[in-house]
Design a protein around this ligand. Structure first.
Ligand code: HAM
Length: 558
């Protein structure tokens, strides 16, 4: 049998690396809390059209990199029941009218019927005199098609009614009815017994839905903002998230098909100040603080403004014209982009094209007055806060929703995939997916890349326990567990050996896993004085059990 492996572009994260992941997440949560952000968790898959409309159909992410599938058509049981009841129910629920029904039944008994796939118990009859009904009870099952199982279970339900004291139907005839959509499956020959088959007209199959594993989380957050009417509060929403994203890119160092992002979004109605350049500067200042607290040194903040949608359209045309004489000397991708989407030429990584790209007009010259003023105010606030940045005219970002401020933090230690994080303003995104005006700004950090950077800086502490307990003999295993419990409750991290190990094996195992080894023999147990060896110093110490936790938590001194 071939052995199964993690799928290309995905990977397992193992200790001790996971300790670093946890430290990064804990630091991020603590910084977000200080800036008064709350956590949002959105589903990992969404309707495909969210990304098509939000991120943009023409982007690489949407056109080439999404994991998309069709979620098959579904029988909508609730809808067929509701419509059938509406079509059949008596106008006067207190009385039964000829040919019509009243939905009835003792809830206890109905629950039992439900267990047999029978969703309704109805009365069908006429009221002959007050307090005298002539008619019958019907058990009704709603299914996507006819099946022997449905018929069998209806018959079982009738059997149950005869014997169940809760049924209250003993004195009436019981008929059985199977309702299926007119377009439902009839199958080949099935004995209907005495079950009435009723094909019911209407659309009771929900059509297949196209779903996509989220390639990024901004569109999902804005979808949630709209769905839960978070703008109604009139306040700015400051939301952060930590979680997996999925893109079908060519895997390489720092680029995976499942990767994790730590991101945050500030979004709200314009009256809450969501358009203010101070929001942009505050988010960037928070990022500088977060990277500093994570211990990531040597980052560069690249900053640009892509202006309003109108500014960008104008710039696209300027670029298109400028590229006409230049494109034939450029790479094949650029030749295509020069026609379809000139802005994307600025993303080109081909070395030979760089001197040509450097001669192209810059977007700063296409910005209108209000975009210029906005950007100048962002820069002034960053200068005042002492956050260093580099203006980068070529930073246009690969997602269509950006307006005005865009940014990336890069780190040279990362190699080709050098973007630690990216983000920007998206003032029209909410409207693009059917919501109210809700300008916003945010970012997402590649958590995998933060880990790579920290590992390259050798800041990952090796994970070792405070103590390893070595019981001398299997009869001491229970006492060893009890001692481990005591120490763990005191907040220490403890590994537990086994009494079947020889002392040498215990020492070897302890030396790899912990700072100290605690020997637990019969004598130690009786006297309450334990022998502890500290590996860093090689010193062996006798410690009273009551003082053991304190001794083990003190770092060794040479
Ligand atoms: P993005 O630039 O597509 O922006 O991704 C943000 C970060 O996610 C990148 O800088 C990188 O660190 C990481 N990343 C992206 N793709 C991969 C990958 N295949 N493997 C590993 N890491 C990766 C966004 O996703 C926007 N939603 C950011 C944003 C939030 N803009 C406004 N709000």
């Amino acid at each position: 049998m071939t052995t199964l492996k993690a799928v290309r572009g995905t990977r397992d994260l193992l200790p001790p690396e996971t300790a670093l992941w946890n430290r990064i997440e804990a630091t991020a949560r603590s910084v977000f809390a200080r800036y008064n952000f709350g956590e949002i968790r959105t589903p990992v898959f969404e309707d495909t059209s969210l990304f098509a409309r939000g991120v943009g159909e023409e982007t690489d992410i949407v056109s080439k990199e999404m994991y998309t599938w069709s979620d098959g058509e579904r029988f909508n049981e609730k809808r067929i029941i509701d419509e059938w009841v509406k079509a059949n129910q008596s106008d006067d629920p207190s009385r039964v009218q000829a040919g019509r029904v009243n939905v009835q039944g003792n809830p206890l008994f109905l629950a039992r019927l439900n267990g047999l796939g029978v969703q309704l118990q109805v009365w069908r009859g006429v009221q002959v005199r007050p307090n005298f009904l002539s008619g019958h009870v019907e058990f009704v099952s709603f299914r996507p098609g006819v099946s022997a199982d449905a018929i069998e279970r209806l018959i079982q339900a009738r059997e149950l009614a005869k014997s169940d004291p809760e049924s209250q139907t003993q004195q009436f005839p019981i008929r059985l009815r199977l309702v299926i959509p007119m377009s439902g499956e009839l199958g080949s020959w099935i004995d209907m017994k005495d079950v009435i088959l009723e094909p019911f007209a209407g659309r009771f199959f929900d059509s297949a839905q196209s779903l996509t594993l989220r390639p990024e989380n901004t569109a999902g957050v804005v979808r949630a903002y709209i769905e839960h009417q978070l703008g109604e509060s009139g306040q700015l929403q400051k939301l952060y998230y930590i979680g997996p994203q999925f893109r079908r890119e060519r895997p390489q160092k720092g680029r995976y098909r499942q990767f994790s992002q730590i991101g945050a979004e500030v979004i709200g109605p314009p009256s809450a100040g969501s358009e203010s350049p101070l929001r942009d500067a505050e988010v960037l200042e928070m990022l500088a603080t977060l990277l500093d607290e994570l211990g990531i040194t040597g980052w560069t903040l690249h900053l640009n403004s892509v202006g309003s949608a109108a500014d960008r359209a104008r710039y696209n045309e300027t670029l298109r014209a400028a590229l006409v004489p230049l494109a034939p000397q450029m790479c094949a991708d650029c030749q295509r982009r020069a026609v379809t989407n000139p802005l994307r030429v600025l993303d080109c990584k081909v070395l030979a094209d760089q001197p040509i790209i450097d001669t192209l007009p810059v977007i700063a010259d296409s910005l209108d007055e209000s975009s210029r003023t906005h950007f100048a105010a962002v820069l002034a606030a960053l200068d005042a806060a002492g956050v260093p940045y580099t203006r980068n005219n070529r930073l246009v970002r690969g997602l269509d929703y950006y307006t005005r401020t865009t940014f990336e933090f890069t780190h040279d230690g990362l190699g080709a995939q050098n973007a630690l994080l990216g983000g920007g303003r998206y003032d029209g995104l909410s409207e693009a997916i059917g919501g109210p005006k809700a300008p916003g700004i945010g970012f997402a950090m590649g958590e995998d890349r933060l880990v790579l950077t920290l590992m390259a800086q050798e800041l990952a502490p090796p994970q070792v326990a405070d103590a390893y307990i070595a019981p001398l003999g299997e009869n001491l295993n229970p006492a060893a567990l009890s001692l481990a419990r005591e120490l763990r409750r005191a907040g220490l991290s403890v590994d537990l050996g086994d009494g079947s190990f020889r002392l040498k094996k215990s020492f070897d195992a302890a030396n790899k896993a912990a700072r100290n080894i605690v020997i637990l023999g019969e004598d130690e147990l009786q006297s309450g004085i334990l022998t502890v060896k500290t590996f860093a110093t090689g010193i062996q110490t006798k410690v009273i059990r009551a003082e053991l936790a304190c001794f083990l938590s003190t770092p060794a001194t040479e």
